[in-house]
Design a binder for this molecule. Sequence first.
Ligand code: ITT
Ligand code: NA
Length: 188
Amino acid sequence: MLQYVTTNPGKLREARSYLGEATIDDYDYDYPEIQAPTLEPIAAAGARDAYREVGEPVIVDDAGLFIDAFDGFPGPYSSFVEHTIGVDRVWELAEPLADRGAAFRCVLAYCDGEPVDDPADDGDLPVRCFTGVVDGEIVAPRGSGGFGYDPIFEHDGATFAELSSEEKNEVSHRGRALESFAAWYSDR
Ligand code: ITT
Ligand code: NA
């Protein structure tokens, strides 16, 4: 069974809803996060660390909210910002902006310890990354579903907090990353 390594129950709920209960297990481990301006190296380093900890195939899910007018901030710092100033104050910072465009990004990093045939391989544990992106707008908080920044992220007229997990997965960054992971995983 695949171990979905996260401390975030919202991520796990969406992954289970997409991949099915039988595909993934919950592995609650807070892998150390490196700092980087993009999500891919953070997820990849996390997947290597998680694989060393778990010893079974793992998926690590690194995600963030990238606000256009803030040059992508909070981006890789989304967790820190949520736990310091909080989602309502991110809305207050965005409210005066003329352009409130933003994107959610999600990178799923998979590691099973198997070597891959890659001449550029540096000898470290190989990791495969699957990315999903969705565009939207920062709005005043609405809705009580989802988690994290969902109440202030609107896409196609609804905030992600107004959608069920299934509805969110159909359009979300995580749903798209899960889709490309599932396609690769099923015919690998
Ligand atoms: P991990 O244990 O998986 O690392 P985490 O919550 O710390 O859990 P991240 O490091 O990826 O996750 O931080 C991402 C931040 O963005 C965090 O504040 C989440 O609440 C938020 N976030 C991630 N995906 C989201 C989504 O689909 N909708 C709303 N907020 C999201
Ligand atoms: Na984290």
